[in-house]
Design a protein around this ligand. Structure first.
Ligand code: URA
Length: 289
């Protein structure tokens, strides 16, 4: 005899009313548990988001998946527009209640939702910490003072994240700029570990689709998030010890540097930011030979 709790519709409704969730065991689950990740991609016209579809699909099996597992499973199978849509509608952590805009990221060749769903490998992926007030308001990364410093640095390297270049030929190298967190932590507080964990599958999918030739990780949250599986106890290593060298995320070289906002508060460190950018540029140019 099955030891599964037998509940009728009314009892289930009562439990739901009390906030008690009942997970249906696998034998009783309807057909939908066959819905593999590849079936949960959504088109713009569908009202169900990729994230919600995954939650619905997994809600019918006996083992309750964590939000993290749902997001990872979902993100791993999304194409670029599907990923953008999943990120934009994400409600996996509390930041969704205070954000004004989700900041997916922008780049010189994949910048708008209208961009075709074809993704070309990028040369540079630049990863910051999280949107601040300005980014939250505008839905784009690095639009405040830290962004100005980043843009100045890129200009000095003959790069441009918009693909536009004043009085010069189009930059030869493409860039995508994003953050570890896609939503602003209230009051610009530090990202919480669980927020980073929830958001990482999105960054990982961005990396898988963009196939950057070099990643520049700006600040300790970006460095720790990207190198957590490559360097033992990376969170215990000061950023000053991680910068100035080339790390690896799989086969992709990663250069760590100070966050531009930190540099704005500590101007003598600007030379190190520039040195790290030059190291990244040299690494990229070497791998292209
Ligand atoms: N700081 C970041 O880390 N990211 C932004 O987008 C803006 C400020």
């Amino acid at each position: 005899m099955s030891d599964t709790l037998q509940l009728d519709k009314r009892q289930r409704a009562m439990l739901a009313e009390m906030g008690v969730r009942v997970w249906t065991p696998i034998e009783q689950a309807p057909e939908i548990h066959n819905a593999g990740p590849s079936t949960i991609q959504t088109k713009k016209s569908q009202t169900t988001t990729a994230y919600q579809a995954a939650v619905n699909a997994t809600a019918t099996v006996a083992v309750k998946p964590t939000d993290f597992e749902v997001i990872t499973q979902t993100a791993n199978n999304l194409d670029w527009l599907g990923l953008r849509e999943a990120v934009t509608s994400c409600q996996a952590c509390g930041l969704c209640t205070s954000r004004r805009n989700v900041v997916f990221g922008t780049g010189s060749h994949v910048s708008t939702p209208d961009t075709k769903n074809e993704i070309q490998p990028v040369d540079w992926l630049i990863v910051g910490e999280a949107p601040g007030e300005n980014e939250d308001a505008e839905g784009e990364p690095f639009v405040g003072q830290a962004g100005q410093l980043l843009d100045n640095m890129l200009r000095a390297m003959q790069l441009s994240r918009t693909g536009e270049f004043l009085n010069a030929p189009k930059p030869a190298q493409s860039i995508f700029v994003t953050n570890v967190l896609k939503c602003r932590p209230p009051g610009n507080r530090n990202p919480a570990p669980e927020e980073v964990a929830q958001c990482m599958p999105y960054l990982e999918r961005q990396i898988a689709l963009l196939q950057p030739k070099i990643i520049l990780a700006m600040g300790r949250f970006a460095a720790q998030a990207l190198l957590r599986n490559s360097i033992d106890k990376v969170e215990a290593i000061p950023l000053g010890k991680l910068r100035g060298q080339v790390h690896r995320l799989g086969n992709t070289p990663v250069v760590v540097t100070y966050h531009p906002a930190y540099v704005l508060r500590n101007l003598p460190e600007k030379a190190k930011l520039w040195a790290d950018a030059c190291l990244a540029m040299a690494t990229l140019n070497t791998t292209q030979l």
